[in-house]
Design a protein around this ligand. Structure first.
Ligand SMILES: [Zn+2]
Length: 481
């Protein structure tokens, strides 16, 4: 007997639609979609049928606004994160274990945080201990994550061995070993490969493999660190660095003829550079379908760069709780990101989830915990709902779904069955209340990282349930009537 899940009476939203209807899931995949309320549904959608029935009209979490879209919760494709730090494999005693004795994150806590945030698929960066620089290490991490059954994890492979920038990593062995793990994205994370020749060699490998390379364009490096220690405005330095890094990644990507994905764009100049470069590139559907073997460009922005500025960083502490790479910028940079989202220059929203221990964060470790707040922050900051007067000129929930699910799935080459709600697609879904307001309480995060710049702030948009392959993997405490 097929494993069946019926989701009826929902406002169904993905990048191509926004309508009331029902979805029938069978054996982990979406079998059929029906428009209208349950009366219009098929016989099989009746509650008498075997399988789990979730009726949106009877889902009544605290705070669901009854005046919004007929009072129905939203059914969206599960979110896809192109950029997270899971800190696992981690920090063993004598190898960077923090004073309190616990790592800032492990696979289990990161997976729970991801599903609580509405994510079904996550790419994690390679800057762990040890660095994920061979297909074997990546495969082992994926296997451990698969055993938890929470999310689909795709560990990134670094471009160089041990991320030292001296020789290419195990990417040269990729696709040559039968049954070996093939990543969906390559990246050297926080420091792009300094040597042009080696960077180009890595990009040429990426072209051979048909894989995108996430470029962080924020080299950090000894010069930037020295400038920061000398009190010479790390912010100013890093802006130059990011703009330079973006220009360089685009130029080398053009030369190699590969897919460059610019991570966490944060300056208005970088948005302009990407906008101009994209005009020279032919792209497929939604601007996120690469032609194999030719230069292609996509980019992401983070919720914190969309929502916060240097003013917030000052309040949080420039060298402690407000520190992130790239730094929170000026209001005009933030506006440039929103303009980039509105005109399609920015393809995706990624969390750059970077958990730290409290001690680590107080000591200036850069980055924010982000998986559990991304959806609410983006709904609040970007989405213009008919019932919300908070912001004019925003985007639709459907466009947000493109940014958080559709486009990232395509960038990873998973667009054929993930990132949308359509017959035949995997039943990776989230149920959300796009209107309910909640205060961020970091103490209740599933993530071990409590370093959220949004602690205590109110956001609209709550994840109620996350479904992966037709099975419920997260269910927020709600009351049913
Ligand atoms: Zn990162």
């Amino acid at each position: 007997m097929a494993h069946r899940l019926i989701l009826k009476n929902f406002r169904i939203v993905d990048e191509t639609m926004d309508r009331i209807g029902s979805v029938i899931v069978e054996d982990g995949r979406i079998r059929e979609l029906f428009s209208g309320s349950d009366e219009a549904g098929p016989d099989g959608a009746g509650p008498g049928e075997a399988g789990l029935v979730i009726d949106g009209s009877r889902l009544n979490p605290v705070g669901l606004h009854p005046d919004r879209a007929g009072g129905l919760p939203v059914l969206l494709p599960a979110l896809v994160d192109l950029h997270a730090h899971f800190r696992d494999p981690g920090f063993l005693p004598g190898n960077g274990l923090p004073a309190e004795g616990l790592p800032s994150e492990v696979l289990e806590s990161a997976g729970l945080a991801a599903v609580a945030g509405g994510y079904g698929t996550v790419v994690c960066m390679a800057n762990t201990k040890p660095v994920i620089d061979t297909p074997e290490k990546a495969a082992l991490l994926k296997k451990r994550s698969d055993a938890l059954g929470l999310i689909d994890l795709y560990p990134v492979l670094s471009l160089t061995r041990d991320m030292e920038g001296r020789e290419l990593s195990g990417i040269t062995a990729l696709a040559q070993v039968r049954g070996a793990y093939v990543p969906r994205l390559l990246s050297e994370d926080g420091r792009d490969v300094a040597d042009d020749g080696l960077f180009l060699a890595a990009l040429t490998e990426a072209r051979r493999l048909g894989l995108p390379v996430s470029c962080h364009c924020d080299a950090g490096g000894p010069e930037a660190e020295a400038a920061r220690r000398a009190g010479q405005g790390r912010e100013v330095w890093s802006r130059i660095e990011e703009n330079h890094g973006t220009r360089r990644a685009i130029a080398l990507g053009r030369e190699a003829g590969c897919h460059i994905h610019i991570a966490h764009v944060s300056t208005k100049e970088a948005v302009d550079l990407i906008r101009a470069a994209k005009k020279t590139v032919k792209s497929g559907r939604g601007g996120v379908d690469a032609t194999p073997g030719s230069f292609f460009l996509t980019c992401e922005a983070t919720p914190h760069h969309i929502a916060l500025t240097e003013e917030d960083a000052r309040h949080l502490g420039l060298e402690s709780h407000g520190r992130v790479n790239p730094p929170l910028r000026a209001e005009e940079d933030r506006q440039a990101l929103i303009a980039g989202i509105l005109d399609g220059t920015i393809d995706a929203i990624a969390t750059d989830h970077a958990p730290h221990t409290q001690a680590g964060k107080a000591g200036g470790a850069p980055g924010f915990t982000g998986l559990e707040t991304a959806f609410g922050v983006c709904v609040t900051e970007l989405v213009q709902e008919p019932c919300s007067a908070r912001r004019s000129g925003g985007i639709s929930l459907s466009r947000l779904s493109a940014l958080m699910s559709g486009a990232p799935a395509r960038i990873l080459g998973l667009g054929k069955d993930r990132g949308r709600i359509a017959a035949g697609f995997r039943a990776d879904l989230v149920i959300a209340d796009a209107g309910a307001v909640r205060t961020v309480e970091a103490d209740f995060f599933k993530s071990r990282g409590r370093n959220s710049p949004f602690s205590g702030r109110e956001f609209r948009g709550i994840i109620l349930m996350t479904i992966r392959g037709g099975r419920v993997v997260f269910d927020a405490p709600v009351c049913y009537n």
